[in-house]
Design a protein around this ligand. Structure first.
Ligand SMILES: [Zn+2]
Length: 385
């Protein structure tokens, strides 16, 4: 077939102005040579027509599959001379933005198909499915294509959720905005700065409630960008707050825990208390039913007496002391059972400790103090000096 002949086929639709020059089939797929047959092109600089062809080159782009076979388009792209003296584009390449974007290696319709596959499945499943449909793609490319898809922002958001979103965990963070009534993400902002979130909120004066985490930046953004909205703490962070405060409280009161357990656990029937995680199915002897705290109360109290001389301690010191006290109590309990000739396995089972920990305590010459961990490298390191 000569290059002057062009074909159009209902089996291979192309946009107006683009025609098929020829096909070349191979075992792996189909190469379709196409070209633009219009006699002119519009200069992207001055928007004037030019009919003066300068040269042409071939460009390969992937297209939607045909009967399950991969299709590659060999585009003959022409360069034109712009005749407008004031225009900065002396020579320009003809464009087909509706069909394939400049520098893209796949057609818009293939991009759409890949996005559809990715959104309907996920990147991993999409990568397994796409080759069966005649589209070759890697997981990273598929993810990138899915991210390129713009999500239409709903006209009105009444209840909005704001939270951190990791572009790269521990390194770069953005903000995710969720329509909590429709239960769907509606926007991902590039960072978690107050100004960025505030600017977005200003465009949505209809927001009535904002659910957010504890970050000060989001509080400021809501205060300035959506002063009309009611701020609420989201359930996850509310429970996190509660858990942290409860833990600090219990750490401060740890010497009272054995007594509290004494009172509370006796009021709860054994059946309702359930079986400890590592307990065997054999009914334990009577003394084994004693909860862990009760066995430790003596050594804990002993330790407390020795440490209560310091009155002014920070919360961090207090936590550290309490953690050491619990560890010391474990150590004492292990040594006591070891002296009674119980095996390491049995001690581990009774005290619900790992065998490694039990052996460590048995073999130690004295109470093994915790070795301070080496701090992990941080992204702030270069700026510390
Ligand atoms: Zn021009």
């Amino acid at each position: 077939m000569s290059n002057s002949d062009t074909i159009s086929s209902p089996f291979f639709p192309l946009p107006d102005g683009i025609s098929i020059l020829g096909f070349e089939a191979s075992d792996t797929g189909l190469v379709v040579s196409i070209t633009c047959h219009l006699s002119f092109a519009l200069c992207p600089g001055c928007q004037q027509r030019s009919e003066r062809i300068h040269s042409s080159y071939r460009r390969l782009v992937a297209d939607v599959p045909s009967s399950g076979r991969q299709v590659t388009l060999a585009l003959t792209v022409r360069k034109f001379i712009c005749g407008v003296p004031a225009c900065s584009h002396k020579i320009f390449t003809e464009r087909m933005p509706d069909f394939v974007r400049p520098y893209a290696r796949l057609t818009n319709r293939l991009l759409q198909a890949l996005q559809d596959v990715g959104v309907a499945t996920c990147a991993e499943a999409g990568v397994r499915l796409a080759p069966k449909l005649g589209m070759s793609v890697t997981a990273t490319t598929l993810l990138r294509r899915m991210r390129e898809r713009s999500v239409p922002t709903p006209d009105a958001v009444r209840i909005l959720g704001v939270d951190d979103w990791a572009w790269r965990k521990g390194m770069t963070y953005g903000s995710i905005l969720v329509d909590l009534e429709r239960r769907c993400p509606i926007e991902i902002l590039p960072d978690r700065k107050a100004e960025t979130v505030e600017a977005w909120l200003r465009l949505h004066p209809e927001i009535e409630v904002v659910s957010r985490d504890r970050a000060g930046a989001y509080a400021e953004a809501v205060r300035k960008g959506a002063p009309q909205a009611l701020e609420v703490a989201d359930r996850f962070h509310l429970l996190k707050n509660l858990r942290e405060h409860l833990r600090d409280f219990l750490l401060r009161k740890h010497t009272l825990l054995p007594e509290a357990e004494e009172v509370v656990s006796d009021a709860i029937p054994q059946k309702a208390r359930g079986r400890p995680k590592n307990a065997s199915s054999v009914t334990p002897p009577a003394d084994q039913e004693k909860p862990l705290f009760r066995k430790m109360s003596a050594s804990l109290r002993e330790y407390e007496d020795r440490t209560t001389s310091q009155t002014q301690v920070t919360l961090a010191q207090e936590r550290k002391q309490a953690s050491r006290a619990r560890r010391y109590a474990c150590y004492e309990a292990v040594r006591e059972l070891h002296q009674q000739d119980f095996s390491g396995r049995e001690i581990a089972r009774r005290l619900q400790l790992s065998r490694h920990k039990v052996m460590q305590f048995i073999q130690a010459e004295g109470f093994p103090e915790r070795v301070p961990s080496v701090p992990k490298p941080s992204i702030l390191d270069p700026y510390k000096p």
